[in-house]
Design a protein around this ligand. Sequence first.
Ligand code: ZN
Length: 398
Amino acid sequence: MSPTKIDASTVKTIKQAISAQRIVDTATKLIGIPSPTQSAADVADAMAEMLAAEGFDVERPVAGWEPAPAVVCRFNSGQPGPILQFNGHLDTVHLPFVPPRVENGMLYGSGSSDMKGGIAAMIEAMRALRETKSLTHGGILITAHDLHESPWGDGHQVDELIRGGYLGDAVLLPEYLADRLSVVGRGLCILEIDVKREGIPVHEVLGGIEQPSVIYAGAEIVRRFQMLDAELAKLTHPLGLRESIFVGQIHGGEIYNQAPTTLHISGTRRWLPGHDWDEVHAELEALLKSIAKETGTEITCEYHFSRDAYEIDPSHPAIKAFEVACIQIMGEPLPNGAKPFVDDGNTFTALGKIPAITHGPDAKGAHTLNEEVPVAELVRVAEVYALTAIGYCNGIYA
Ligand SMILES: [Zn+2]
């Protein structure tokens, strides 16, 4: 690829327009409003009011979640052309609230890394595009929503946004992944398995030892999953992902000499593009059914389907625009890679059928009490987003 670059004066203009202070102010405002998943209404209201006060067009579609309607904001060049979407989740994991704080160029607080810092950066990119009048075609669509973080959210608000047509031609998501261009991601299903036997809990020496053992059945599930995982490890993607089955929790029994009636196992199944979920599901059902038969127990599984697997086409003009933006801002290309986690990018590609690039700040401490993100990283993300929009919407790589 010998990419056409955006001219140096435009890059300079964008860099001058992007304000670190404005990003910090926006991020501080969003972080200062607690928004654990399912409770993002107040922060969504604040974001919508802020953008409307700045003169942007704002809509509040319910998108399947009455308690906290989504925030949709548009900035159009006025000329036809591609729409680049920036999408973020306003909810945070359920941990004690940490208020926002800036110290020595670092931003701290709940959601600073995941992902209110990134949302502030994507908003700043849109402001800079408007101020500098750099978009000659197309436009920006910002979407922000609740219900992202598992297990409290099931992702259905972003699904409904997509189904409702709040969808651009390509999307950028500022999650905390900065070192690669993720062109492939795995599907994920969370498994909640219940093992039961008939009857009541009973002392080991009063007949308990004669009962079908839910403990042994659980052990057999774990053993067979381990064998299955060894097989799945052979299903690999060249960029370094593999299929897997994983056990994260097992609970069973009350005291040492009592035969219990129930046991619970939770874990995950992750698969690669090209492997159909229905097929994966049928394999698991057959395996659990045979273990139930062998152990004289009843085994049921709740399958919490999270996101499907996806792969994006690196020749898409939005991807090219992003690659060139990275070179122009960071001085070198971002290597193609795989996304280790599942995010809304999977949904945009699998359900929305548009290429999704997860790229955000090099931040630390997501899903902990110690989230931290360098302000310079948020500035860099805003610059990359704005230049990607110029390259893509203005049709430089079409
Ligand atoms: Zn996130």
